[in-house]
Design a protein around this ligand. Structure first.
Ligand SMILES: [Zn+2]
Length: 204
């Protein structure tokens, strides 16, 4: 039976994109992931989705992210809300990035936990529903960590986890279950080649 991947309802079901489709540049890729979601849950996502897109694209290293920043954030979101712009500026800080030969600093974004956690937990629930519909994630915990992406990290992930990509330069992700049929798993997301999160899933 089809149920909402957030609340379990069977009524007024629609499709939700995982991750949200507002991250992608037009024309939308045809292979985006969707999961069943009720109208009520779906309606509550739009502000979180817009806020995350602002943060993620503000530090983009991919041309897709820069396109979103220019056309969707500067020309749209910030025109509507100067407060949002001020809030973003507060969270951009220079971080030391280790390159193969030198230490450099690049602007990076620390995304506020209270906003990041629900958003990334929702994406993880969506991907779990899509890739492992047999798993009951009603009673599990999601732990979100932001990490600075580097080629070294990406190489290690590739050795142990399953890699996938949706929309070049937009959303890359890695996933790994520790045991078949169990929710315990690790999910890693890289947005616009610049913003990386680990989500660890475990049983209560
Ligand atoms: Zn729902």
């Amino acid at each position: 039976m089809r149920t909402c991947y957030i609340c379990g309802s069977t009524e007024q079901l629609t499709k939700d994109h995982t991750p949200p489709k507002n991250l992608f540049v037009p024309p939308l890729p045809t292979d985006l992931i969707t999961v069943d979601c009720c109208e009520k849950c779906h309606k509550g996502f739009s502000l979180d989705d817009e806020a995350f897109r602002v943060f993620a694209s503000s530090v983009s290293r991919s041309k897709e992210g820069r396109w979103i920043w220019k056309h969707r954030v500067m020309e749209s979101s910030f025109k509507r809300s100067p407060k949002l712009m001020a809030n973003v500026a507060k969270h951009i800080i220079p971080l030391a990035v280790e390159g193969p030969l030198e230490h450099t600093t690049a602007p990076a974004m620390i995304y506020p936990h209270e906003r990041a956690n629900p958003y990334l937990t929702r994406i993880t629930k969506g991907l779990m529903r899509y890739f492992h519909p047999e798993i009951d994630y009603g009673r599990i915990t999601f732990q979100v960590m932001q990490v600075v992406p580097s080629q070294g990290v990406i190489d290690v992930l590739g050795q142990t986890l399953v890699y996938d990509v949706k929309g070049a330069g937009v959303f890359r992700f890695w996933r790994g279950l520790s045991m078949e049929g169990k929710p315990d798993s690790i999910w890693v997301y890289l947005f616009y080649d610049s913003l990386m999160f680990f989500v660890q899933v475990g049983e209560v």
